[in-house]
Design a binder for this molecule. Structure first.
Ligand code: COA
Length: 145
């Protein structure tokens, strides 16, 4: 079977996926300048919105993820990650298309994503999917400890 014939299945993440998500993010996600992921944080997300996190599977193996967070006001994308073994085969594009469909159905008008300045790989995907940077804005944060 060639790479293009491999079936990618998208589904909503459940509690059972938490260990695999953490393992995926260790090897595949953008991990600089951000808080550490924990099982508790993922469980809290799924408890608040069971549809927020989508995973991509190939032959039963979890190879991609995307959190599409909708708080009723804004639509944010987080933790877009595709395992290095299966990159450049359309998995990221599939995950984004699915999230955009979800946001449209929820009534969102615009989607945003935090992208590190030095993340050329991530930026190439966002650009190809129609996202553009907003240089006039800068994120301000305060840690709650
Ligand atoms: C960014 C990432 C999610 C892309 O996932 P992917 O499944 O490989 O992406 P796709 O195969 O769907 O690529 C879609 C498009 O993105 C662009 N793209 C993806 N990888 C690229 C690369 N290495 N070089 C140039 N363009 C690339 C291309 O335009 C591509 O379309 P094409 O293959 O038809 O030319 C993946 O590389 C990744 O997990 N990177 C590390 C984590 C990360 O940076 N996430 C984003 C955080 S902001």
């Amino acid at each position: 079977m060639t790479a293009s014939e491999v079936v990618t299945v998208l589904r909503r993440a459940t509690s059972d996926d938490v260990p695999m998500l953490l393992a995926l993010w260790e090897v595949a996600a953008e991990n600089d300048s951000r808080p550490t992921d924990t099982a508790e944080k993922i469980e809290a997300l799924l408890g608040r919105d069971p549809d927020a996190c989508t995973v991509a599977e190939r032959d039963g193996r979890l190879v991609g993820s995307l959190i599409a967070g909708w708080d009723g006001w804004r639509a944010h994308l987080y933790r877009l990650a595709v395992h290095p073994d299966v990159r450049r085969q359309g998995v990221g594009r599939l995950l984004l298309a699915d999230a955009e469909e979800r946001f449209r159905a929820l009534g969102a008008g615009r989607i945003d994503a935090m992208v590190l300045e030095g993340n050329d790989l991530g930026q190439s995907l966002w650009r190809s999917a129609g996202y553009t940077p907003q240089p006039q804005w800068r994120r301000w944060v305060k840690s709650l400890g």
